[in-house]
Design a protein around this ligand. Structure first.
Ligand code: BES
Ligand code: ZN
Ligand code: ZN
Length: 476
């Protein structure tokens, strides 16, 4: 737990290297310790009488980003708590032309980020001696009440991020369609979000044949999860958030090698992000109207599985040739996106999916790949993502690529071949957006689940885009 008190004193002082009045001390440390005052470098200088000081590298270069401040906050928390320090004092030096609220939010977010742990399955938990961490924070400007309100809001959003992470990090023997649906009910209903859960029979009645084809290989029943948050009753405009909800992806008959299968409980990251986002929106009482849609199932092998070469139907009426059972996400999303845009009649739609390994090849674990049918909408999303420090990269939605998804025997094929895999995957989903409404597809295969920690993001689930979606939706 992190508490921020504004305009109060007490605790171990944090000395920033950009603080001119402390230059003698910083120079001494540079000459006599390992501290080099590099950006986001943090060093504890103990003193048995006073308790000591925390030195923090902050270089006020023109290109200093809020993301670097998040990283700095992360390091300050880690350094303090590993040294058993439970209270610190921050007097924020001026950072030219940067908003004081945003500076506070960035540093505080870094600290909150540093508290995340996924130790659910460890019998012996790594005991942190510091349970409650207090920061006495003095900004350059800004009323204490407004600062406190901003900080409380930040905590709510981060709870949404952590909820997403917890759902994604749990393995598929814990999180499967039924338990994922139950988690949505348990976490969202108390906040006033309507959650409807449909079972196999009901999904069949709705007509989601494509979704059911993927689900049919597992003895675990699929679930369609539909969530409704109406924070702006004056408007009838809704945004649809559709999350890929494959709770385990073995590849099916187009079986994955063991290496590629190991982390495939993360294939419901899109779903986790949607649930985390809806949670945060309700907590901060955002003035937004949102439908969340998740088609949750497992992609397994059995005597009832769908097979390579099958031709299946879909909710939209389009037929789909299955060229590869491992391209299952787009098949379930075809029905989920069509359901959001046709049945629910949302006005804008964003889908999130750990869709393609090709996205990892192109953009690594650093950038989310994006396809859109509406550049203005993408620019809005991009601005929100930039603000919260989530990197996204637009790929060309060129109709030339669409030809690759053509089938000779069905209306469309679920694979487009080796070339431009992230684009053809996204475009396949785009074919199921009804009424040609603005649509953004986010391929989070690289960014949702990390093979190793990255600045302030942990190994495994990141909860990526909860922050950007909240930022986008609360201002729409
Ligand atoms: N869930 C995978 C994509 C994935 C890979 C997510 C690595 C996270 C990390 C997806 O269902 C898949 O297997 N896609 C195939 C598509 C191909 C058959 C066209 C892929 O990327 O190989
Ligand atoms: Zn797959
Ligand atoms: Zn998948």
């Amino acid at each position: 737990m992190i508490n921020l008190n504004f305009y109060q004193n007490g605790g171990i002082p944090v000395i920033f290297s950009s603080d001119r009045s402390k230059s003698e001390l910083i120079d001494w440390a540079k000459n006599n310790t390992t501290f080099k005052a590099e950006q986001a470098e943090v060093y504890y200088l103990p003193n048995p009488e006073s308790g000591g000081l925390i030195l923090a590298g902050l270089n006020l270069a023109e290109d200093l980003t809020f993301d670097q401040l998040r990283h700095l906050g992360f390091k300050i928390y880690k350094t303090a708590t590993t040294n058993k320090i439970g209270e610190i004092e921050i007097m924020m030096p001026p950072i030219t032309e940067k908003c004081d609220f945003q500076i506070m939010r960035s540093i505080a977010e870094g600290m909150i980020q540093a508290t995340y742990k996924f130790d659910r399955y460890l019998s012996k938990k790594d005991d942190n001696p510091v349970k409650d961490f207090t920061v006495n924070y003095t900004p350059n400007n800004g009323s204490a009440e407004k600062m406190q309100a901003e900080f409380n809001k930040l905590k709510d959003v981060m709870d949404g991020v952590f909820l997403a992470r917890d759902l994604i990090n749990q393995t598929s023997n814990y999180v499967y369609p039924e338990t994922l649906a139950q988690a949505a009910v348990d976490t969202l209903q108390p906040l006033g979000i309507e959650v409807a859960v449909y079972n196999r029979e009901q999904i069949k009645k709705i007509g989601m044949e494509a979704f059911l084809a993927v689900a049919q290989g597992s003895s675990k029943e699929p679930r369609l999860i539909v969530m409704k948050y109406q924070g702006n009753p004056d408007s009838d405009q809704f945004t649809g958030l559709v999350g890929k909800g494959i709770t385990y992806d073995s590849g099916g008959y187009s079986l994955k090698p063991s290496d590629g299968m190991e982390s495939m409980h993360c294939d419901m990251s899109g779903a986790g992000t949607v649930i985390g986002t809806m949670y945060a929106l309700a907590k901060i009482k955002a003035k937004a109207n949102v439908y969340g849609v998740i088609a949750a199932c497992e992609n397994l092998i059995s005597g009832t599985s769908y097979k390579v070469g099958d031709i299946i139907g879909s909710l939209s009426g389009k037929t789909i040739e299955i060229g590869n059972t491992d391209a299952e996400g787009r098949v379930t999303l075809a029905d989920a996106v069509y359901y959001a845009t046709d049945n629910l009649k949302v006005n804008r739609v964003i889908d999130l999916a750990t869709l393609t390994g090709a996205c990892l090849v192109a953009l690594g674990e650093e950038y989310t790949g994006v396809i859109t049918n509406n550049d203005d909408y993408y620019q809005e999303f991009k601005a929100a993502a930039d603000k919260v420090g989530e990197k996204v990269w637009l790929l060309p939605n060129d109709k030339k690529f669409t030809e690759l998804n053509k089938s000779k025997v069905a209306d469309i094929k679920n694979v487009g071949g080796r070339l431009a895999g992230t684009i053809t995957g996204g475009q396949f989903i785009g074919e199921f957006v009804a009424n040609n409404i603005p649509w953004i597809h986010l391929d989070i295969a690289g960014t949702a689940y990390l093979s190793k920690e990255n600045d302030y993001l942990p190994e495994r689930a990141t909860g990526v885009h909860v922050k950007a979606l909240v930022e986008l939706l609360e201002h729409q």
